[in-house]
Write a protein that binds this ligand. Structure first.
Ligand code: ADP
Length: 371
């Protein structure tokens, strides 16, 4: 569709964190220009984008003015001003993912209702407006402990998620509109990244398995292929295809799922953009549309800020890791580290998954981000 103007298309990206940086890196071999809007002029994309505009992706005027001279606008974060995107769409701009899908995805309550409406399996849930309503619902035995509480908006990387296992945890729940979900007995957390083009052609990357840091509740390791049966992996891919179709999206959609102890697959949440569960594909897979085939088994370790350190980031042990075969280090360039902040990631390619896993564990123990 753009072949006549390729590669002279101006692409605007809302957000310039590490995911925006990865978009710039992916676009560079095609000589596509990526223009970034971010409130932080020291954001990860600053040295690599074609131009940088300082402004908040949540602010109507900042987004609208940024989008006016672009051909295509996309996002690397879903918490953006969709009103401005809707206006830009009316003005004739291409917006991927569509602002209407973004409106649903950025609200975890609307996401759950969307899955219910489209018969997509997800954990049982109820929606509440505030803490008072949640406490009243417990009194009425409408909901029972244990459960998981998630604030509807602005949560990410485990922030805004509270697992309520006993009465005492209730003191810690936020006073905000929230989703209450039944606590799933999780066997494995998996993710499938689906990619769709404007013609509705869809491809999925192989399912990956995510291991979470128990303290910070965010991804620490990722393994590809996921250690699941062929039939579970087929089901997960089928589900990812149904989900991307249900949102009518063009672009990438990471579909995070739970495989529960009874073998059911439930959709947890989605992200319509580059996602942590796809970082390994940079080195370990061919690209979509085209082929999403795996070239090699891989593991990915998130480089999280070491607990106990806050300040200008230092990378300890990097040389020892660089000398290992198959180890690819990505540093995001965030100046300040703090406990569990995502500062970079390392992909390990190997002939077997267990070899990749072993090297990834070595990297985790050797490469530390301190201050
Ligand atoms: P975030 O948007 O912060 O990534 P998630 O919805 O992915 O939030 O939740 C973070 C983590 O909390 C999940 O990866 C999972 O480990 C746990 N979790 C979330 N929902 C449930 C649930 N219903 N049952 C059990 N664990 C859950």
């Amino acid at each position: 569709m753009y072949s006549s103007s390729f590669p002279y298309i101006k692409i605007g990206v809302l957000g310039g964190g590490q995911l925006g940086k990865m978009l710039c890196q992916a676009a560079s071999p095609w000589n596509l220009q990526i223009h970034i809007l971010d409130p932080d002029e020291n954001c990860s994309s600053k040295f690599i984008c074609s131009s940088f505009t300082k402004g908040h992706f949540n602010d109507y005027n900042a987004v609208y003015n940024f989008g006016k001279d672009k051909d295509i606008i996309t996002v690397e974060i879903e918490h953006v001003n969709t009103e401005a995107l809707l206006q830009l769409e009316k003005d004739g701009k291409k917006i991927h993912p569509s602002p209407s899908a973004l409106n649903v995805i950025k609200d975890k309550g609307l996401q759950k209702l969307h899955y219910q409406k489209h018969n997509i399996p997800t954990s049982a849930f109820r929606l509440y407006e505030n803490k008072k309503e949640v406490l009243a619902a417990i009194n009425k035995q409408e909901i029972s402990i244990p459960f998981v509480l998630k604030t509807r908006t602005a949560g990410y990387d485990g922030k805004g998620v509270v697992v309520v296992k006993n009465i005492n945890t209730l003191d810690n729940i936020p006073d905000a509109a929230c989703v209450i979900e039944e606590l799933v007995e999780i066997e494995k957390e998996i993710s499938v990244i689906a990619a769709a083009n404007e013609n509705g052609e869809i491809k999925c990357f192989p399912a990956v398995e995510m291991k979470f840091n128990p303290v910070a509740n965010l991804v620490e390791y990722l393994f590809c292929p996921a250690q699941i049966s062929e039939s579970v992996s087929k089901q997960a891919e089928g589900l990812a295809v149904s989900v991307i179709k249900s949102y009518n999206l063009c672009g990438l959609l990471a579909v995070e799922m739970f495989l529960d102890k009874s073998g059911n697959i439930l959709v947890n949440e989605v992200a319509p953009r580059p996602h942590n569960s796809g970082h390994h594909t940079i080195e370990s897979c061919y690209t979509p549309l085209g082929s999403t085939k795996m070239k090699s088994a891989s593991a990915m370790v998130n480089l999280l800020g070491e607990p106990g350190y806050e300040g200008k980031a230092k990378y300890i042990g990097i040389e020892k890791c660089l000398s290992l075969e198959g180890v690819k280090i990505h540093v995001y360039g965030k100046e300040q580290t703090k406990p569990y902040r995502k500062m970079g990631h390392v992909t390990v390619l190997a002939d077997t998954l267990s070899e990749a896993e072993e090297k990834a564990k070595f990297v985790k123990e050797t490469l530390k981000v301190t201050a």
